[in-house]
Ligand binder design. Structure first.
Ligand SMILES: [Zn+2]
Ligand SMILES: [Zn+2]
Ligand SMILES: [Zn+2]
Ligand SMILES: [Zn+2]
Length: 241
C-alpha cells in the first residue's frame, strides 16, 4: 500500500493537504484561534498507525487540557478501534517499565493511573506516546504532541482532520474500489462487490467468517472490527473524484 496517497481536509478551511503537510497547516489556524486569548490549555495531537502496518492512517485532534487521557482513548475507540471491548493503554516509550509476569497488577494500576489523568498533567509539546488497543491482536498507534495552546477546546476534543478513505482498489479487476477484504487469503485479498461474489465461490472461509468490510481505520480486517461509530461519512470506501 506504500504507493497510496494519504490526504486529509482541514477542519477550518476545508482545503485538502497531504499527510505530511496538514499538521503544520492546522497549527497556523490554531495560532490565529488562540491569539490574544488565554482561557485554558489545549494540545494539538497527531495520531498515526504504526509504520509497520502502513503508516497511512492519521488523525489530528485538538484536545482540551482538562480532558482525561481516557477521553482520548474513548475517542480512538469510537473512530478507529472498538470491536469487542478489549483492554487498551497509553505507553510513554521513554518511561517504559519492564514488568515481569508477576507484576500484572502493577502494570494495570499504572495504566489506569495514566487513563485517569488530565491531559495537561501528562502531555507536553514534542512528547511521543504509544497507544495499544487489544493485547492479543494489537493495534498500535503513535501519538505526537505537535503544539500547545493557551485556549480551551469547546466540547473537549475536536477532530481537526483525518485521512480521507485510502485508494484501496479491488485486486482482481483493479478497476473498482474494494468494499470487502478476505482475512484468510493473501493475494488477492481486496475485492469489489462483484469480485467478492466470485471469491465466495472458491473460498469457504469467506462466506463463514473471513469477509470483512473495507473501512477507514488501521484496525480494518482485525478481530471483529467493522467500522467506527463517529464521523461515519468519512469511514467508507474510496470514491474517485
Ligand atoms: Zn485550513
Ligand atoms: Zn475484538
Ligand atoms: Zn473487482
Ligand atoms: Zn478468501
Amino acid at each position: 500500500m506504500s504507493a497510496i496517497n494519504s490526504v486529509g481536509k482541514c477542519f477550518f478551511c476545508n482545503a485538502e493537504f497531504k499527510k505530511a503537510g496538514i499538521t503544520r497547516h492546522l497549527n497556523t489556524h490554531l495560532v490565529k484561534e488562540s491569539k490574544g486569548r488565554n482561557n485554558g490549555t489545549s494540545f494539538h495531537i497527531r495520531i498515526e498507525d504504526d509504520p509497520r502496518s502502513g503508516g497511512l492512517f492519521f488523525l489530528n485532534l485538538w484536545v482540551d487540557g482538562d480532558s482525561l487521557m481516557s477521553d482520548i482513548d474513548d475517542f480512538l475507540r469510537k473512530i478507529w478501534l472498538e470491536c469487542c471491548g478489549h483492554l487498551s493503554a497509553f505507553i510513554n516509550p521513554k518511561e517504559k517499565k519492564r514488568y515481569s509476569m508477576f507484576d500484572i497488577d502493577e502494570m494495570q494500576s499504572d495504566a489506569e493511573e495514566i487513563m485517569d489523568s488530565a491531559t495537561k498533567g501528562m502531555l507536553i509539546k514534542g512528547m511521543k506516546l504509544t497507544h495499544e488497543y487489544d493485547f492479543g491482536s494489537t493495534t498500535t498507534l503513535l501519538l505526537t504532541v505537535s503544539e500547545q495552546f493557551p485556549v480551551a477546546v469547546p466540547g473537549g476534543i475536536i477532530l481537526l482532520s483525518r485521512n480521507e478513505p485510502l485508494e484501496i482498489m479491488c485486486e482482481v479487476c483493479k478497476s473498482a474500489s474494494a468494499t470487502t477484504i478476505c482475512t484468510t487469503c493473501y493475494d488477492p485479498n481486496t475485492f469489489c462487490k462483484k469480485c467478492a461474489k466470485q471469491h465466495a465461490k472458491t473460498c469457504e472461509d469467506f462466506a463463514d467468517y473471513s469477509a470483512m468490510p473495507v473501512v477507514n481505520s488501521p484496525r480494518m480486517g482485525i478481530c471483529g472490527y467493522d467500522g467506527g461509530t463517529i464521523d461515519k461519512k468519512r469511514d467508507g470506501i474510496f470514491v474517485k473524484k
